[in-house]
Write a protein that binds this ligand. Structure first.
Ligand SMILES: [Zn+2]
Length: 304
């Protein structure tokens, strides 16, 4: 047995960001490229948003395009292989160890090699989105069925199994992960209707949050993108953070509140020094605007 105090808190984070379409989910994840190398699994061609980022940041994003369709459900196959170990994925088909591309050679058919379990703290893996991954799994399960086929009980069970394999690997991952998803309404304890991230059936969606350290909700309010993560944000929206981060308190919404809390802690220490100088001559002033911003965020957090 180990004492809790001897356990180091995890230096990496597993997040799910969910919400309606066009609520800025991809962009807020993309902004992490200012500080991290991103490996971006794009299942729904959503990467165009990322062109809004400064070019230097775009350089740090490795895009893996998975051209998933009803008749070619490649995403579930490739993603399940990628979370388990080192894989080589072809650009053309998004397929692991693609024989067609191997024949053509790397000159004509470029590939990318990723080893997610071996990633360090300086990388973040993004899966955009879990919604499309579920669709891919459904298409995979019903591959040989006619178009008007209705899923039976066993099919839904298999869908749950595939998603559980993916999410369990995320839950145990030693690297940083962001999974993007959409929203659905599910009944939680006390038959209360609550917004939760979508994945598979409504029943399965109800329990997706348990696989993650941080559950972030994205929405539009007054023409602005708003993100929230504190457990007490709203009674009808599922949110929460293992480390108690409340993104909604920040002036600029940023996932750095989760990924680089030390940036905020430093600002706090600086503000303290400035405050200790008292009414006399200020010894040190927090001059950096970002530090000032962060300390005002922290002050408001304290008041809560
Ligand atoms: Zn290929």
């Amino acid at each position: 047995m180990a004492k809790l105090s001897s356990k180091k808190t995890s230096q990496t984070h597993r997040c799910i960001i969910y919400g309606a379409p066009k609520t800025g989910k991809s962009l807020i994840a993309g902004k992490l490229a200012e500080h991290y190398n991103l490996i971006w699994f794009d299942l729904e061609n959503g990467h165009e948003t990322l062109f809004q980022l400064p070019e230097a940041w775009q350089e740090r994003i490795e895009l893996i395009n998975l051209p998933d369709t009803r008749s070619y459900p490649i995403a579930i196959e490739t993603v399940l292989k990628a979370v388990k170990g080192k894989v080589t994925i072809c650009e053309e088909h998004g397929k692991v160890s693609c024989m067609l591309c191997k024949k053509l050679g790397e000159e004509k058919a470029p590939v990318v090699t990723v080893d997610l379990p071996a990633l360090g703290h300086e990388s973040v893996v993004v899966f955009d989105s879990l919604t499309q991954l579920s669709n891919s799994a459904i298409s995979f399960i019903t591959k040989n069925q006619p178009d008007d086929y209705k899923l039976c009980f066993d099919d839904w069970g298999n869908l749950g199994k595939l998603l559980d394999i993916f999410l369990s690997h995320i839950q145990q991952a030693g690297y940083n992960v962001i999974v993007i998803s959409h929203e659905t309404e599910a009944e939680t304890e006390g038959k209360k209707k609550t917004l939760v991230p979508v994945g598979g059936t409504r029943n399965f969606s109800r329990n997706i949050a348990k696989y993650f350290d941080h559950v972030i909700y994205a929405e539009r309010k007054n023409r602005k993108h708003v993100f929230s993560s504190s457990t007490t944000y709203a009674t009808t929206i599922l949110t929460g953070s293992r480390t108690g981060v409340a993104i909604e308190e920040g002036e600029e919404p940023s996932l750095l509140a989760i990924f680089k809390p030390e940036l905020f802690a430093k600002a706090k220490a600086k503000a303290k020094v400035a405050g200790a100088a008292g009414a006399g001559v200020p010894i040190q002033k927090a001059t950096s605007t970002s530090a000032a911003k962060a300390s005002s965020i922290l002050n408001r957090l304290k008041k809560k």
